[in-house]
Design a protein around this ligand. Structure first.
Ligand code: PRP
Length: 222
Protein backbone atom coordinates (compact mmCIF):
# COMPACT_ATOMS: atom_id res chain seq x y z
CA UNK A 1 0.00 0.00 0.00
CA UNK A 2 1.18 3.52 -0.82
CA UNK A 3 2.30 5.35 2.30
CA UNK A 4 3.14 8.90 3.24
CA UNK A 5 5.93 9.88 5.58
CA UNK A 6 5.29 12.90 7.75
CA UNK A 7 8.03 14.75 9.65
CA UNK A 8 6.83 16.20 12.93
CA UNK A 9 8.77 18.56 15.18
CA UNK A 10 9.57 17.30 18.67
CA UNK A 11 8.93 19.68 21.54
CA UNK A 12 6.57 22.63 21.86
CA UNK A 13 4.22 21.82 18.98
CA UNK A 14 4.27 18.06 19.53
CA UNK A 15 1.15 17.64 21.68
CA UNK A 16 -1.03 19.92 19.55
CA UNK A 17 0.10 18.22 16.34
CA UNK A 18 -0.53 14.71 17.54
CA UNK A 19 -3.91 15.85 18.88
CA UNK A 20 -4.75 17.28 15.45
CA UNK A 21 -3.72 14.10 13.66
CA UNK A 22 -5.81 12.02 16.05
CA UNK A 23 -8.77 14.38 15.60
CA UNK A 24 -8.84 13.76 11.84
CA UNK A 25 -9.21 10.03 12.40
CA UNK A 26 -5.72 8.50 12.53
CA UNK A 27 -5.07 6.19 15.46
CA UNK A 28 -1.56 6.56 16.84
CA UNK A 29 0.27 3.92 18.87
CA UNK A 30 0.31 4.12 22.65
CA UNK A 31 3.36 6.05 23.67
CA UNK A 32 3.55 8.26 20.55
CA UNK A 33 3.19 11.21 22.89
CA UNK A 34 5.31 10.12 25.80
CA UNK A 35 7.84 7.65 24.36
CA UNK A 36 11.19 8.24 22.68
CA UNK A 37 10.40 6.37 19.47
CA UNK A 38 11.45 8.43 16.45
CA UNK A 39 9.52 6.47 13.81
CA UNK A 40 6.00 5.09 14.19
CA UNK A 41 2.95 4.29 12.07
CA UNK A 42 -0.72 5.02 12.45
CA UNK A 43 -2.94 2.01 13.02
CA UNK A 44 -3.99 1.77 9.33
CA UNK A 45 -0.27 1.78 8.35
CA UNK A 46 -1.08 4.55 5.83
CA UNK A 47 1.05 7.16 7.52
CA UNK A 48 4.58 6.87 8.82
CA UNK A 49 5.63 9.57 11.27
CA UNK A 50 9.17 10.64 11.95
CA UNK A 51 9.98 12.86 14.92
CA UNK A 52 12.66 15.41 14.07
CA UNK A 53 14.20 18.41 15.74
CA UNK A 54 11.98 21.37 14.68
CA UNK A 55 14.80 23.11 12.84
CA UNK A 56 15.44 19.95 10.78
CA UNK A 57 11.87 19.34 9.54
CA UNK A 58 12.25 21.43 6.32
CA UNK A 59 15.46 19.50 5.52
CA UNK A 60 13.77 16.09 5.82
CA UNK A 61 10.96 17.31 3.58
CA UNK A 62 13.09 19.03 0.95
CA UNK A 63 15.31 15.97 0.52
CA UNK A 64 12.24 13.72 0.26
CA UNK A 65 13.02 11.68 3.40
CA UNK A 66 9.54 12.86 4.39
CA UNK A 67 6.71 13.68 1.97
CA UNK A 68 5.19 16.23 4.30
CA UNK A 69 6.06 17.97 7.49
CA UNK A 70 4.79 20.37 10.07
CA UNK A 71 7.09 23.27 10.78
CA UNK A 72 7.02 26.70 12.33
CA UNK A 73 6.96 29.45 9.73
CA UNK A 74 9.97 30.97 11.53
CA UNK A 75 12.04 27.82 11.01
CA UNK A 76 10.81 27.44 7.45
CA UNK A 77 11.70 31.00 6.43
CA UNK A 78 15.09 30.70 8.10
CA UNK A 79 15.76 27.45 6.22
CA UNK A 80 15.00 29.06 2.82
CA UNK A 81 13.86 25.63 1.65
CA UNK A 82 11.66 25.45 -1.45
CA UNK A 83 8.55 23.63 -0.24
CA UNK A 84 4.83 23.84 -0.84
CA UNK A 85 2.99 25.46 2.05
CA UNK A 86 -0.61 24.45 1.47
CA UNK A 87 -1.98 24.97 4.97
CA UNK A 88 -1.51 27.12 8.03
CA UNK A 89 -2.58 25.36 11.19
CA UNK A 90 -3.47 28.30 13.40
CA UNK A 91 -1.51 27.08 16.42
CA UNK A 92 2.07 27.57 17.57
CA UNK A 93 1.57 31.28 17.09
CA UNK A 94 4.49 33.48 18.05
CA UNK A 95 6.46 36.42 16.70
CA UNK A 96 10.06 36.83 15.65
CA UNK A 97 11.15 40.15 17.12
CA UNK A 98 14.08 42.47 17.47
CA UNK A 99 14.51 43.14 21.18
CA UNK A 100 16.95 44.73 23.56
CA UNK A 101 17.32 46.80 26.71
CA UNK A 102 14.76 49.64 27.08
CA UNK A 103 17.34 52.32 26.24
CA UNK A 104 17.68 50.81 22.75
CA UNK A 105 14.28 52.39 21.95
CA UNK A 106 15.92 55.80 21.86
CA UNK A 107 18.91 54.82 19.74
CA UNK A 108 19.09 55.34 15.99
CA UNK A 109 20.43 51.93 15.04
CA UNK A 110 21.72 53.22 11.69
CA UNK A 111 24.18 55.39 13.60
CA UNK A 112 25.47 52.69 15.94
CA UNK A 113 28.86 51.34 14.97
CA UNK A 114 29.71 47.71 15.79
CA UNK A 115 26.11 46.81 16.53
CA UNK A 116 26.02 43.18 17.64
CA UNK A 117 22.87 41.08 17.43
CA UNK A 118 22.51 37.60 18.91
CA UNK A 119 20.07 35.19 17.29
CA UNK A 120 19.05 31.64 16.40
CA UNK A 121 17.82 33.11 13.08
CA UNK A 122 20.95 34.53 11.40
CA UNK A 123 19.50 34.60 7.89
CA UNK A 124 16.25 36.31 8.82
CA UNK A 125 18.12 38.75 11.03
CA UNK A 126 20.61 39.58 8.27
CA UNK A 127 17.77 40.08 5.76
CA UNK A 128 16.05 42.43 8.18
CA UNK A 129 19.13 44.56 8.86
CA UNK A 130 19.99 44.65 5.16
CA UNK A 131 16.47 45.87 4.29
CA UNK A 132 16.67 48.49 7.05
CA UNK A 133 20.08 49.71 5.91
CA UNK A 134 21.53 48.94 9.34
CA UNK A 135 25.01 47.52 9.63
CA UNK A 136 25.14 44.74 12.22
CA UNK A 137 27.30 41.82 13.22
CA UNK A 138 25.17 38.72 13.70
CA UNK A 139 26.19 36.45 16.57
CA UNK A 140 24.61 33.01 16.05
CA UNK A 141 23.49 31.23 19.22
CA UNK A 142 21.48 28.06 19.67
CA UNK A 143 19.35 28.94 22.71
CA UNK A 144 18.65 31.30 25.62
CA UNK A 145 19.36 34.20 23.28
CA UNK A 146 17.95 36.71 25.78
CA UNK A 147 21.06 36.15 27.86
CA UNK A 148 23.31 37.77 25.26
CA UNK A 149 22.40 41.47 25.79
CA UNK A 150 22.14 40.95 29.55
CA UNK A 151 25.78 39.84 29.85
CA UNK A 152 27.21 42.08 27.12
CA UNK A 153 27.70 39.48 24.38
CA UNK A 154 25.41 41.48 22.09
CA UNK A 155 23.54 44.81 22.03
CA UNK A 156 20.29 43.35 20.73
CA UNK A 157 18.68 40.02 19.92
CA UNK A 158 16.36 38.59 17.32
CA UNK A 159 14.24 35.78 18.75
CA UNK A 160 10.77 34.40 19.20
CA UNK A 161 8.27 35.87 21.61
CA UNK A 162 5.26 33.86 22.63
CA UNK A 163 4.00 35.13 26.00
CA UNK A 164 6.69 37.80 26.43
CA UNK A 165 7.73 36.35 29.79
CA UNK A 166 11.36 35.64 28.89
CA UNK A 167 11.95 39.19 27.65
CA UNK A 168 10.17 40.73 30.63
CA UNK A 169 11.94 38.59 33.21
CA UNK A 170 15.28 39.65 31.78
CA UNK A 171 14.51 43.37 31.60
CA UNK A 172 14.29 43.44 27.80
CA UNK A 173 11.73 45.05 25.50
CA UNK A 174 10.49 44.45 21.97
CA UNK A 175 11.65 46.93 19.36
CA UNK A 176 10.20 45.56 16.11
CA UNK A 177 8.32 42.53 14.78
CA UNK A 178 10.12 40.77 11.91
CA UNK A 179 7.71 37.89 11.33
CA UNK A 180 4.38 36.52 12.58
CA UNK A 181 4.80 32.76 12.88
CA UNK A 182 2.56 29.72 13.30
CA UNK A 183 2.67 26.01 12.47
CA UNK A 184 2.35 25.25 8.76
CA UNK A 185 2.12 22.09 6.68
CA UNK A 186 4.96 21.78 4.17
CA UNK A 187 5.07 19.34 1.27
CA UNK A 188 7.95 18.04 -0.83
CA UNK A 189 7.45 19.22 -4.41
CA UNK A 190 7.97 15.79 -6.00
CA UNK A 191 5.73 14.06 -3.42
CA UNK A 192 3.03 16.60 -4.15
CA UNK A 193 2.94 15.35 -7.75
CA UNK A 194 3.69 11.65 -7.15
CA UNK A 195 1.24 11.15 -4.27
CA UNK A 196 -1.15 13.91 -5.19
CA UNK A 197 -4.33 12.18 -4.05
CA UNK A 198 -2.97 10.95 -0.73
CA UNK A 199 -1.37 14.29 0.06
CA UNK A 200 -4.47 16.20 -0.92
CA UNK A 201 -6.74 13.94 1.10
CA UNK A 202 -4.63 14.44 4.21
CA UNK A 203 -4.46 18.19 3.70
CA UNK A 204 -8.21 18.36 3.17
CA UNK A 205 -8.85 16.46 6.38
CA UNK A 206 -6.51 18.71 8.31
CA UNK A 207 -7.96 21.84 6.71
CA UNK A 208 -11.49 20.79 7.55
CA UNK A 209 -10.59 20.16 11.19
CA UNK A 210 -8.66 23.42 11.46
CA UNK A 211 -11.53 25.24 9.78
CA UNK A 212 -14.01 23.78 12.26
CA UNK A 213 -11.80 24.74 15.18
CA UNK A 214 -11.38 28.28 13.88
CA UNK A 215 -14.92 28.65 12.57
CA UNK A 216 -13.76 29.03 8.95
CA UNK A 217 -11.47 27.45 6.31
CA UNK A 218 -7.80 28.43 6.14
CA UNK A 219 -6.59 26.57 3.06
CA UNK A 220 -4.24 28.61 0.88
CA UNK A 221 -4.53 28.15 -2.86
CA UNK A 222 -0.94 27.46 -3.90
C1 PRP B 1 11.78 30.26 23.08
C2 PRP B 1 12.30 31.54 22.48
C3 PRP B 1 12.33 32.47 23.66
C4 PRP B 1 11.15 32.00 24.49
C5 PRP B 1 9.98 32.91 24.25
O1 PRP B 1 12.83 29.59 23.66
O2 PRP B 1 13.55 31.35 21.86
O3 PRP B 1 13.53 32.33 24.39
O4 PRP B 1 10.82 30.68 24.05
O5 PRP B 1 8.84 32.50 24.95
P1 PRP B 1 8.03 33.49 25.88
O6 PRP B 1 7.78 34.77 25.11
O7 PRP B 1 6.74 32.75 26.15
O8 PRP B 1 8.82 33.72 27.13
P2 PRP B 1 12.75 28.08 24.11
O9 PRP B 1 11.93 27.94 25.33
O10 PRP B 1 12.28 27.27 22.95
O11 PRP B 1 14.23 27.74 24.49
P3 PRP B 1 15.64 28.20 23.85
O12 PRP B 1 15.78 29.68 24.08
O13 PRP B 1 16.65 27.43 24.61
O14 PRP B 1 15.61 27.86 22.39
Amino acid sequence: MEKLTIALPKGRLQDQMLDLITSVGYVLPQGALTGRKLVFYDQSQQLRFIMAKPVDVPTYVEYGAADLGIAGLDVLRESKRELYEPLRLGFGKCRLVLAGPPEARNRNLRLVSNLRVATKYPRLALDYFYRQGISAEIIPLSGSVELAPVVGLADLLVDLVETGTTLRDNGLVELETLLESEAVVVVNRASHKLHFQLVQELINRLAEEIGQRAGGSQTDAN
